[in-house]
Design a protein around this ligand. Structure first.
Ligand code: SF4
Length: 398
């Protein structure tokens, strides 16, 4: 699960075996929950603990809840209203994401509390740079996704149906307990696409909040306005993977659409939700200067100059192994263009040690968050302001 940090997917519908090309035993060893115990030591717990003692059942009853956003249609059909795809689904069939099923004219999610992977990660890995810097996030995913990205780094879990991967029953109160036990400031819904486990995410966020734990969402932003607005009061930060600034790319590489993602970003601004944007720069596909300029102009005019924009380095993955990693010069050119357009916080990602990993005060230019890779060595922000010149620094700092 390393490399690119965005999370793109393509469910393989109707397949009951392990993902093609992956030895199931090796995959489960690498991706499934026991890895959580190994990661826990990193977070300072100092020991590997069997965190998830609740066994998974052979029945899927414990994972099923009625879906929140859908319309009933004649002949027991339904129309899903969660993401812009608006799947129309016959009885006993599933939507494109593979984790929602029509059973007799009622629509259900099949992945509530159905965790396929969990890690304790630095929040900088998501990446969030203006949200509780230096803390760790209890990070979870279920199977499935609502898009189909050729550069997906987490395809082993995002491109499968829930039955294709081992999962563990981890209900929201248990998640909140685990986050507190491992001193995580937040739960992060990540790796696959949290939109498709929406009901679980909302319940987990409520349980977390009751326990003093915040919630951070890592998403492609392919979601309808109504569910997005209703999600905002429950969570504290949302990172959107803006995969390109062209419909052509979304159509050919993502199997999605750009327009709804831009609309989602505007919705987040109107809801006063803290949001950061990541743009994975892929050689030849979305690395044109005009695209960088158009993106930066749009962000500034529609969202304002304080939204962090992370240009992240691509590493060959999944169906784009034929392309090289992003040249550093390309990333630096993207940053220079976005800086020139007036954005205040433009970062480079997947280039550890680069000066563009740090947060600079937009007024005095001193370093307000000293960061290298996923490590934070100093936060010079007090009460949301630069401690050197008192300029407000946008973000969630406590
Ligand atoms: S969430 Fe899933 S079922 Fe619903 S419209 Fe999107 S892809 Fe289709």
């Amino acid at each position: 699960m390393s490399g690119n940090r965005d999370c793109d997917t393509s469910p393989r519908r109707g397949v009951s075996s392990a993902p093609t090309g992956v030895d199931r035993r090796a995959f489960l060893k690498a991706a499934s929950l026991p890895c959580l115990a190994a990661c826990a030591g990193w977070a300072g717990a100092g020991r590997a603990v069997p965190l998830l003692a609740l066994p998974a059942s052979e029945s899927d009853a414990q994972f099923i809840r009625e879906a929140k956003f859908y319309e009933k249609l004649p002949y027991k059909k339904i129309k899903c209203k969660l993401c812009p795809r608006e799947c129309v689904i016959d009885d006993k069939e599933r939507g494109y994401c593979g984790v929602r099923e029509n059973r007799g004219g009622t629509y259900f999610t099949l992945v509530h509390s159905r965790v396929v992977t969990a890690h304790i990660d630095p929040i900088e890995k998501k990446p969030f740079f203006h949200f509780l810097p230096g803390t760790v996030a209890f990070s979870i995913a279920t199977a499935g996704c609502n898009v189909n990205c050729k550069m997906c780094q987490n395809w082993e879990i995002s491109q499968v149906r829930p039955e294709q991967v081992r999962s563990t029953y981890v209900p929201p109160p248990r998640l909140a307990d685990l986050a507190r036990q491992y001193q995580c400031a937040s739960l992060a819904y990540t790796y696959s696409e949290p939109v498709i486990f929406y009901e679980f995410m909302v319940d987990a966020a409520e349980a977390a909040r009751e326990n003093g734990v915040k919630s951070a969402v890592v998403t492609g932003g392919y979601i309808q306005a109504d569910p997005l607005k209703k999600l905002c009061p429950h969570v504290d930060a949302i990172k959107v993977d803006l995969k390109a600034y062209s419909e052509k790319f979304y159509k050919e590489v993502v199997n999605g659409e750009l327009k709804p993602v831009l609309e989602a970003l505007v919705t987040l601004r109107k809801q006063n939700m803290w949001a950061e944007i990541v743009y994975l720069v892929i050689p030849t596909l979305n690395d044109g200067e005009q695209e960088f300029k158009g993106l930066a102009r749009w962000v500034k005019s529609e969202l304002g100059p304080d939204v962090p924009l992370h240009f992240s380095r691509f590493h060959p993955e999944y169906l784009l192994k034929n392309l090289p990693p992003t040249p550093l010069e390309t990333l630096e050119r993207a940053k220079a263009i976005a800086d020139a357009e007036g954005l205040h916080y433009v970062y480079l990602g997947n280039v550890p040690g680069h000066p563009a990993e740090k947060t600079y005060c937009p007024r005095c230019r001193r370093i307000v968050v000293d960061r290298e890779g996923f490590s934070v060595s100093a936060v010079n922000i007090r009460k949301g302001k630069c401690q050197f010149c008192q300029e407000p620094i946008a973000g969630v700092w406590t």
